[in-house]
Design a binder for this molecule. Structure first.
Ligand code: C2E
Ligand code: CA
Ligand code: CA
Length: 607
């Protein structure tokens, strides 16, 4: 039945072609005037009448069948078009008018390529040729409507074959634009980071895998923003978002043939189709320079730096995991070198990472194995030389390496979060000693303990100290807690914590003053007892640092805050500090940090 339906349209196709190409010229070569013309004419008329009667009956049958199928064609929600073997449209159903936004009479006679955008032309012509060989071909293609909008359609092309001959092609089309757009949206979301719209880690992995599979040499640049968490804490998450968006924009706009990715958080990556060291280095520095341009957020000017690590395929790695790991490693190493650094992967980095991993493992066990110890460095009233107390400083009695100072391991404790456990251990140790030294009748004012900013991220610090001190509450006024300026980044939270500590009778010192973020307004808001001038001012001891020391002491005096100078090594430094009216001091000039018993003997029991 379908073939009959096809036949009907094939007829119209043939008719249509006939009309389009017809020119009715009847040549007279004497035949009309010949004697056989009349019988021939009669015979022909008879034959024609016979064929006409047969044809009519056949046509009636056809018409009846067409009536069955016509609604299938006219009311079909899919667009159905008929094309002649030359590619011209010869019939369409009403849905096609809707799809094209044109009327049937304007569509009939157009070539099918009329609706194809440039990028679909070649491939669709090839498909058309395949259908003409008798194949049914299905595909998705974009067409444009009369308004020029691009529409995605799913097409099924069926050859119209009658008596082994191809008379044309059916195109059945479904508008899949909505589904396509939804799919594209889902695909975009799966492969991009929503905040920055940059391709994400999954996309990076797939792109890198593709390059590796095709053995295309390239380099992978990993970027990690420095101190991004501080920006978040200090100015809020919206500021953090603004920084990430701006960095993404800059990475996207830097003209370097690379592709930028946002891996997540404050990590970005760029792939470059280059492996030559100098060329990559130049581009990487250009990226770094672009990133560190100030970012304006509301009334603030934010500074951003990135640590950059670079690994190259195939020199540094043969597999995707290895390459990602090595770029990450290089980035990690550059971070260790300070902000805004750039490092290419090299094999010694791997060794360093293994060492670092070992250090982490050892540190995790050190607390259990009781390898930590607290040393005490005495502090003095500078003007009188009177013993005041001490700063408790952490040491690690490493089973192989001997006594290690915190500079070697404190950053690992910080990174792993172990610093909180170790800090709590130090507080417990020191409070126990304060108690026993007080019981023993030794004279001292304060013992200072260094606490990491991490302690201030939790609200449990006060609670912990109260718990430890349950038995001997009277001692807390002898405890001093040193916090660095970085603990004050989330000012509201730190003000609360500091107030709570002060309520317990604990005094607070601001350590390493002059190196970080502190501003005078912070000092006004925080109930600080002491400022510790950073050791670097006393170490440098030139006219600039002297002027700064002078300024800090004056400022502290106005705020009614005492000043502790640390790192005093020489008589000259001490004399200058006495002259400036500094309150307290500590340093090798007086004593190095000492183990507990030595400190007791030398400074608590007195000479
Ligand atoms: P900090 O709080 O600035 O401690 C002072 C550092 O200067 C100590 O180094 C001390 O030994 C050293 N120092 C003191 N006087 C002199 C001097 O005259 N000359 C020189 N060159 N150095 C001097 P240390 O003990 O190695 O501590 C380094 C840092 O580790 C400390 O700096 C502190 O930030 C941190 N730290 C120490 N103990 C702890 C702790 O228990 N917990 C935490 N979270 N951090 C700690
Ligand atoms: Ca300190
Ligand atoms: Ca210090």
């Amino acid at each position: 039945m379908i073939s009959t339906f096809i036949l009907k349209y094939t007829n119209s196709l043939i008719t249509f072609q006939h009309i389009r190409g017809m020119s009715l010229v009847i040549p007279d070569d004497g035949f009309f005037s010949s004697s056989i013309f009349l019988p021939f004419l009669l015979l022909s008329m008879f034959l024609c009448t016979f064929v006409a009667i047969l044809g009519n009956r056949y046509q009636r049958k056809l018409n009846r069948q067409e009536r069955y199928f016509r609604p299938l064609y006219d009311l079909n929600p899919s667009s159905i078009i008929m094309i002649d073997p030359n590619g011209f449209i010869i019939d369409i159903n009403p849905s096609s008018e809707k799809l094209a936004g044109m009327e049937k009479r304007d569509i009939i006679g157009l070539h099918f390529t009329h609706f194809l955008p440039e990028h679909e032309l070649e491939v669709t012509k090839q498909r058309f040729e395949r259908v003409l060989t008798g194949e049914v071909v299905e595909y998705e293609v974009q067409i444009h409507n009369s308004k020029g909008d691009l529409i995605d359609v799913f097409v099924r092309n069926i050859p119209i074959i009658v008596e082994n001959k191809i008379h044309g092609i059916y195109g059945i089309m479904m508008n899949i634009t909505k589904e396509k757009r939804n799919l594209e949206k889902i695909h975009f979301m799966a492969y991009h980071t929503p905040l920055t719209n940059l391709p994400n880690k999954r996309k990076l992995s797939e792109d890198v895998a593709k390059n590796i599979a095709n053995v295309v040499p390239f380099s992978l640049i990993y970027l990690d923003l420095n101190e991004f968490k501080k920006t978040n804490d200090r100015y809020g998450h919206l500021a953090g978002d603004a920084v990430l968006t701006e960095v993404a924009k800059r990475l996207r706009e830097v003209d370097n043939q690379g592709v930028a990715y946002h891996i997540g958080g404050d990590e970005f990556a760029v792939t470059l189709p280059l492996v030559q060291h100098d060329a990559i280095e130049k581009i990487a520095w250009a990226i770094a320079d672009e990133i560190c341009l100030p970012i304006t957020y509301q009334e603030f000017t934010l500074e951003v730096f990135a640590s950059i690590g670079i690994a190259r395929f195939p020199f540094d790695a043969k597999t995707i995991e290895e390459l990602l790991q090595k770029a990450d490693l290089a980035m990690y190493a550059s971070k260790e070198h300070g902000r805004g650094q750039l490092i290419f992967y090299h094999d010694t980095l791997l060794k360093k990472v293994e060492e670092r991993f070992k250090l982490e493992q050892d540190l995790k066990e050190a607390l259990e194995k009781r390898e930590f110890e607290v040393y005490f460095q005495p502090q003095f009233e500078i003007q009188t030389g009177k013993f005041r107390g001490a700063e408790a400083l952490l040491r690690w009695n490493h089973p192989e390496k001997g006594v290690l100072g915190p500079d070697v391991f404190i950053h690992v404790l910080e990174d792993t979060g172990l610093v909180v456990d170790v800090g709590e251990w130090v507080i417990t140790e020191v409070l126990g000693l304060i108690y026993s030294w007080t019981e023993a009748g030794y004279e001292f004012e304060h013992i200072s303990v260094n606490l990491s900013p991490k302690h201030f991220e939790k609200h449990s610090l006060c609670h912990f100290i109260e718990e430890v001190n349950k038995e001997h509450t009277t001692c807390l006024h002898r405890l001093d807690i040193e916090i660095t300026e970085s603990a004050l980044i989330n000012l509201e939270r730190s003000i609360d914590s500091v107030r709570e500590l002060k309520k317990l009778g604990i005094s607070i010192s601001l350590d390493d003053f002059g190196t970080g973020y502190s501003s005078l307004s912070v000092l006004h808001q925080l109930p600080i007892d002491c400022l510790k001038i950073d050791r670097s001012f006393i170490r440098n001891f030139n006219s600039d640092s002297k002027a700064l020391i002078q300024m800090i002491i004056q400022m502290a005096d106005n705020l009614n805050v005492k000043v502790v100078a640390e790192g005093i090594e020489t008589k000259e430094q001490l004399a200058f500090l006495i002259n400036q009216g500094c309150t307290y001091g500590q340093g090798y000039y007086f004593s190095r940090p000492l183990p507990k018993t030595e400190f007791e003997e030398k400074w608590l029991k007195g000479p």
